[in-house]
Design a protein around this ligand. Structure first.
Ligand code: 5RP
Length: 290
């Protein structure tokens, strides 16, 4: 206990509010402190952007290419990511607790690739998410899918639990094989989760009208990388998405299935955080891979 011998009255009571102004993420400034703190572990407060490394694919695909041995392929990439999107199994078995990254925990699951993927349930309890110090919970939302209503219910349940615990929820728009992937669909599929309380939304980039998807969504949008394409193409998609209003990328296969994953992740970071153009970022990729 501090001693009581020298109790001095304070005198520096300058006028003006002490409250910090603004918050670096759209639509989220009114959230409680814990929520904003966790979001700041995912989105860099310096620019409001994030590069998330997604490797939760095993939760429905098993050991897909690049994810056979997370310790060998993913661990070396961790220092370069702002946040990691993964399952609690991968977290507990493979990721060191001292890594210091925002943990975006896969919180829905159930069906494998052999079944209807929209048939998901909530797959993580809020107590375990707290124990794991999750910075966010990720839940799949199947707008137009067979189990659309249940997937939305999964999301709203997690939002209720997340609001109580101060943990934000990432709604992941899932697209079925036979769904049209255009701006009209993605405006619908991103706006619905935002209206129902999701704190940020992950979706896919579309060439025509992506800026209408980001402008109609009141919370930050990040994009999935999608299937593996040549590096320059993936960097171009990341660049355009950021230019057209995305707050970051959550990239998986285009990083860990690259011949040079670390170089690719560096190039993606340069696009998202430093504004490198696709050709400049590709030059960086080639330089780093040689
Ligand atoms: C699985 C996911 C993946 O994390 C997401 O698809 C990102 O990975 P990729 O860049 O490989 O598409 O949400 O449902």
């Amino acid at each position: 206990m501090a001693d009581l011998d020298d109790l001095r009255d304070g005198s520096d009571f300058s006028a003006g509010s002490q409250a910090p102004t603004g918050f670096h993420l759209r639509g989220l400034g009114g959230q409680d402190w814990g929520m904003r703190s966790r979001l700041s572990r995912i989105f860099d407060p310096a620019d409001g952007k994030t590069v998330m490394l997604a490797f939760d694919h095993g939760y429905f695909q098993g050991p897909t290419s690049g994810l056979e041995r997370l310790d060998r392929t993913i661990l070396p990439l961790v220092p370069q990511a702002d946040a990691l999107m993964l399952t609690r199994g991968a977290l507990r078995t493979t990721i060191p607790a001292e890594c210091g990254k925002g943990i975006v925990l896969r919180a829905s699951g159930g069906p494998s690739v052999l079944k209807d993927l929209s048939d998901e349930e909530i797959a993580v309890g809020i107590d375990d998410a707290v124990r794991l110090d999750a910075a966010a919970l990720a839940v799949q939302v199947f707008v137009g899918g067979e189990h659309e209503t249940r997937s939305i219910r999964n999301m709203t349940t997690l939002v209720d639990r997340g609001q109580a615990a101060g943990i934000p929820v990432l709604a992941v728009t899932a697209v079925g094989r036979d769904m049209v992937r255009d701006a009209r669909y993605f405006r619908l599929a991103t706006r619905i989760p935002a209206e129902l309380g999701a704190h940020f939304v992950k979706t896919y980039y579309v060439e025509d009208g992506f800026e209408t998807v980001t402008s109609a969504c009141p919370v930050p949008i990040i994009i999935a990388g999608g299937k593996k394409v040549p590096e320059e193409q993936a960097l171009t998609v990341a660049y355009r998405a950021i230019q057209e209003g995305a707050a970051g990328v959550d990239m998986g296969r285009n990083v860990f299935q690259s011949e040079h994953p670390a170089a690719m992740l560096s190039a993606v970071r340069a696009v998202v955080h430093d504004g490198l153009k696709p050709d400049e970022a590709y030059d960086l990729f080639r330089q780093l891979s040689s």
